[in-house]
Design a binder for this molecule. Structure first.
Ligand SMILES: [Zn+2]
Length: 99
């Protein structure tokens, strides 16, 4: 998660990194776990995502998330919180699955 927050320029790279398991199915929903799936698509995070989007007042996409994050501190905190939750949970799941 630190990578996601170390700088604005890192965000896109980290989002890309999340998608490195591109041809595998999602550990949570079994849909194709493509680039940006967990943060933007996975139904597992539907409620949390909806809450974050409604606080920001806009639907976030891979194209506008960095821009929205940089717009103001409130957005930054909302997005950081949501992404940390998704990625943090996901990383723990992956570590657990590897044994
Ligand atoms: Zn999923």
């Amino acid at each position: 998660m630190a990578h996601f927050l170390t700088g604005h320029g890192e965000n896109g790279r980290y989002l890309h990194k999340i998608g490195k398991r591109e041809d595998e199915s999602c550990v949570d929903c079994l849909l194709t776990d493509g680039k940006d799936h967990a943060v933007f698509e996975c139904p597992r995070w539907f409620e949390e995502r909806r809450e974050a989007f409604s606080k920001i007042g806009e639907v976030l996409t891979p194209d506008n998330i960095v821009q929205k994050m940089c717009q103001n501190e409130t957005n930054w905190r909302i997005i950081q919180r949501f992404v940390t939750l998704v990625i943090g949970t996901r990383e723990r799941t992956c570590i657990r699955d590897r044994g």
